[in-house]
Structure formats: structure tokens, C-alpha cells
Design a protein around this ligand. Structure first.
Ligand SMILES: C[S@@+](CC[C@H](N)C(=O)[O-])C[C@H]1O[C@@H](n2cnc3c(N)ncnc32)[C@H](O)[C@@H]1O
Length: 252
């Protein structure tokens, strides 16, 4: 399948970081971005600017955005969270979060005691989010390993029944209104592509021992995937999930 190319990022620093040109070029090479040494910054493509305190994401037409925990901040203040509950995550379970994004869900899964492997196909987003998560909650970030890989590729190569849970939160098809700034910015820099294909879901069902969970867009119907086990819909009207329970016992 031919996939659309993601936009190429630039990487710049503010003057005060003390990062040299050679170091900037080195970091840019790691994340597949173009080092940018001068001002003004490009306005036709996304970029990251490293400051002393944080990193800011520049997306065309959007305000520069430092990583922030968004709703995860409030979710972490509650004693428990619906996502790990719905998936049946318990301390010590392994969870593959196939769509790291800003890492909000990964933080909640880590707080539930899971050992999280997070996958993200955009290396600059991975870099930005790991930096943000480590500043915000190093105690949780240390339980989140991350890899720059397309999740279909990772799942196709993973052995059967090798993790407890697989979670998907692909970009919603388009902004249906009410989307926060974070997601609108992420949408402008994400690689365009299919939301979730049948073969990828079937691979997740093969790889997981306990559950596969897909976050659905508001009002989105459950996907119909031939060959997949029965699913249940869980959550609220605003936030609901398709869950394939592979243990035979649905969590309460
Ligand atoms: C909606 S965001 C995920 C938000 C995340 N759950 C959070 O709490 O911040 C989707 C992210 O998944 C990434 N993504 C989409 N398709 C992917 C794929 N096939 N493989 C790996 N990452 C993917 C996008 O680049 C984007 O960063």
C-alpha cells in the first residue's frame, strides 16, 4: 500500500539553550527533521523549537504549543480512570499503546500500574511527547517505553499472545467541532492515513492475551471487521470505546 508522506519537520533552538549547530544537526538527524539555524522560522511546515525549559511545537497556522497534559491532568487527580478500567488493566500488565500522540492515555495506563510500550510513527512527535512527559511526571514516564514505528508493522511482527492489552487511538476522521487546540495542532502534523484497517485489528487480536481497545469518535459506530471476535461498546456518549475481550470474562 502506498501511504502519503508525513510533513517533514524542522528543528530549531532558542539562543539561550547553548545547543551548538553540530548538536542541533545531530538531534535533527535522530528524529528525521531538518536542522534550522536562522530566523524567521519556516511557516509552511511543522517544526520543534527547543528552549531551556521545554520544547514547543510549531504547526502552520497554529499558535506555538508547549507539550501539556491537557485533560490527563484532571484524569490523574481522580483515583481511577475509565480507560484502564474498561480494558481490564491491572498492575504488572503489559499494554501496547499503538498511538502515543501527546501521551495522555499512556500516562493513565502507566498510573494504573501497566508496563506501557508506546508506538508513534512520527519521530518528532515522539521526541516532543517524551520530553513533555518526563518533565511532567517522571515517575510515570519511566514506565512508558516508546518506539518510533508504524503500529501495523510492529503488530505484524509481534509474536502471538505476547502482551496483555493493545490500545488504539488513531486520529478521528476530521474535526467534528469542540476539538481542543492540542488535537487540532496534532492533526495538522500527523501522517494522513487510514484510521484502523481490518488486518491491523486482527493482528492486535492475535498479539493480545486479554483485550484490544479502540477509542471511537463521538457517534462513530463500532467497526465491522470480518474474522474478529465479538466486541462490546463501553464508556459514555462523549467518550466511548470498542473493546474486544479476549479472556472470555468482561471486566465490570
Ligand atoms: C489521536 S493521537 C493519539 C492521542 C493519544 N491517545 C493521547 O492520549 O495523547 C494519534 C497519534 O497516533 C499516531 N499514529 C496514527 N497512526 C499511527 C500508526 N499507524 N502507527 C503509529 N502511530 C500512529 C499519530 O501520529 C498521532 O500522534
Amino acid at each position: 500500500m502506498v501511504r502519503a508522506m508525513p510533513p517533514r519537520f524542522y528543528l530549531a533552538t532558542s539562543k539561550t539553550t547553548g545547543i551548538t549547530r553540530a548538536e542541533l544537526a545531530h538531534i535533527a538527524a535522530w528524529i528525521g527533521a531538518d536542522p534550522h539555524y536562522t530566523r524567521p522560522l519556516p511557516t509552511d511546515r511543522p517544526g520543534l523549537v527547543i528552549n531551556v525549559e521545554n520544547m514547543r511545537l510549531f504547526a502552520p497556522g497554529r499558535k506555538p504549543a508547549p507539550w501539556h497534559p491537557g485533560m490527563a491532568h484532571w484524569r490523574l487527580r481522580r483515583p481511577s480512570d475509565r480507560l484502564p478500567e474498561i480494558m481490564g488493566v491491572e498492575p504488572g500488565h503489559s499494554v501496547v499503546d499503538t498511538t502515543l500522540g501527546m501521551g495522555h492515555d499512556a500516562l493513565l495506563l502507566a498510573r494504573a500500574g501497566a508496563d506501557v510500550l508506546a508506538l508513534e510513527q512520527q519521530a518528532p512527535i515522539l521526541f516532543y511527547t517524551l520530553d513533555g512527559m518526563w518533565h511532567y511526571r517522571p515517575d510515570l514516564a519511566r514506565n512508558i517505553r516508546a518506539m518510533n514505528v508504524e503500529h501495523g508493522v510492529w503488530l505484524a511482527r509481534a509474536p502471538a499472545k505476547s502482551v496483555d492489552h493493545v490500545f488504539f487511538d488513531p486520529m478521528f476522521p476530521r474535526d467534528k467541532g469542540g476539538e481542543s487546540d492540542t488535537w487540532t495542532t496534532l492533526r495538522t502534523v500527523a501522517r494522513p492515513g487510514p484510521r484502523l484497517s481490518g488486518p491491523v485489528l486482527l493482528d492486535a487480536v492475535r498479539v493480545a492475551r486479554r483485550s484490544v481497545c479502540l477509542k471511537l469518535a463521538p457517534l462513530e459506530p463500532a467497526p465491522v471487521i470480518e474474522g474478529a471476535p465479538p466486541l462490546r461498546i463501553d464508556g459514555s456518549k462523549r467518550l466511548h470505546f470498542a473493546v474486544w475481550d479476549l479472556t472470555g470474562a468482561a471486566p465490570q
